[in-house]
Design a protein around this ligand. Structure first.
Ligand code: PLP
Length: 393
């Protein structure tokens, strides 16, 4: 068996839930990864916005090594120093402040499951509707699927939890929908999986106003956009609003699985003892790692770097003046290249053949989400490799 090519071994042993892998990666350093044949790739996807500090960052390696050789798991019956430190840090960077509360979990979908339960607890009067946006993505578990505005992902698994309605991402639709029968409004500030689609100007501000007016929880999914990726700790910072709850995962762990639900103000009083929990959640290994990741992002002001490098990338991509490129969407280091023709898969494959990892989010969008540590050398390398890929089509 083991003398078979890895593609066969993968196909024969892994559940067929996803498309076949593009390469077998064995090592990473900074913004680069290598496959089993020694081919080097510039990683401008970062495990889909996960590897905030790139690969094998020395401070992440040190944090994991120190914590796993000290104490790595204790169960929910005990507290640990890194867990409390991370919760306090999240309260500060989210803006939740003294009234904030943090629930730790292991993934983005789990953070949204916790948020879904929070929404059910906002049930005074006849309040039982949950509103989410068409074409949004909130994860693959049953509650997260119910929240996601992608019917084709749900169809095979119906019935999913009920009470969720999907609306267009317009201020008009918001105004027509949000009232005192609504428990929560879920939204992604930039729809990453949909191809990096921005919300209309003023949408978040109006959502905040309407939710406050009607006692609706504004729950912002920052799983892809958060942790400095868009040039601020959270994308809602650009709109100068605060949510009632935010879900976080991906980039917070820099590669270890961790998620969180952070509540603000009155939303912090909704959960009661015994209503939620998870074995691994917030264990000292992952929280110590996340503390190291967030510490580096803050110390090195990687939010500012994300903003500046995002501008540079946007100029480079538009500077190709390719008839295939219609626009560049997104913010900071979460960018979507909108294509004039449905060739995203071909362009993604051409990029890979030129040693560049980007992602075809759909037929007409390429998603770019490099590590937040990208510098001049990697940006210049991207220009060469992406340019070659474009020219080869
Ligand atoms: C906005 C958003 N929410 C939720 C999720 C689900 O996160 P996870 O894959 O960690 O469950 C994702 C993953 O891509 C996401 O982009």
């Amino acid at each position: 068996m083991t003398d078979q090519p890895w593609q066969n071994r993968f196909a024969d042993s892994m559940m067929r839930t996803f498309s076949p892998p593009l390469a077998m990666l064995v090592r990473g350093e900074g913004c680069y990864v290598w496959d089993e044949l020694g081919t080097q790739y510039l990683d401008f996807l970062a495990g889909i916005a996960v590897n905030s500090l790139g690969h094998a960052h020395p401070e992440v390696v040190a944090a994991v090594t120190k914590q796993i050789s000290t104490i790595s798991h204790v169960s929910n019956y005990f507290a640990t120093p890194p867990q409390i430190e991370l919760a306090e840090r999240l309260k500060r960077i989210t803006g939740a402040g003294d009234e904030g509360r943090v629930y730790f979990c292991n993934s983005g979908a789990e953070a949204n499951e916790a948020a879904f339960k929070l929404a059910r607890l906002n049930n005074t009067g006849h309040r039982n509707r949950i509103i989410s946006l068409h074409d949004s993505f909130h994860g693959r578990t049953m509650g997260a699927l119910a929240l996601s505005g992608k019917p084709h992902m749900r169809e095979a698994f119906e019935p999913v939890p009920g009470g969720v309605e999907h609306i267009d991402s317009t201020i008009k639709a918001l105004e027509a929908t949000i009232d005192n029968t609504v428990a929560a409004l879920f939204l992604e500030p930039v729809k990453g999986e949909a191809g990096v689609i921005d919300l209309p100007d003023g949408f978040l501000k109006r959502a905040r106003e309407l939710c406050t007016e009607h006692g609706v929880l504004l729950i912002i999914d920052e799983i892809q956009t958060g942790i400095a990726r868009t040039g601020a700790w959270f994308a809602y910072n650009h709109a100068e609003i605060l949510p009632d709850a935010v879900t976080i995962a991906k980039g917070m762990g820099g590669g270890v699985p961790i998620g969180a639900l952070v509540t603000f103000g009155w939303a912090s009083d909704l959960f009661r003892r015994g209503q939620h929990g998870s074995t691994f959640a917030g264990n000292p290994l992952v929280t110590a790692t996340a503390n190291a990741v967030l510490g580096v992002i803050e110390r090195d002001d990687l939010a500012a770097n994300a903003f500046r490098r995002g501008q540079q990338l946007r100029e480079i991509i538009l500077g190709f003046h390719s008839p295939l490129i219609e626009e560049v969407r997104g913010r900071g280091l979460l960018l979507g290249v909108g294509l004039t023709e449905p060739v995203a898969l071909k362009l993604g494959a051409a990029a890979l053949a030129n040693g560049l990892i980007v992602n075809a989010a759909n037929e007409t969008s390429i998603r770019i989400a490099p590590p937040l540590i990208v510098g001049d050398a990697e940006i210049a390398d991207f220009q060469v490799r992406f340019g070659r890929a474009l020219a080869s089509l």
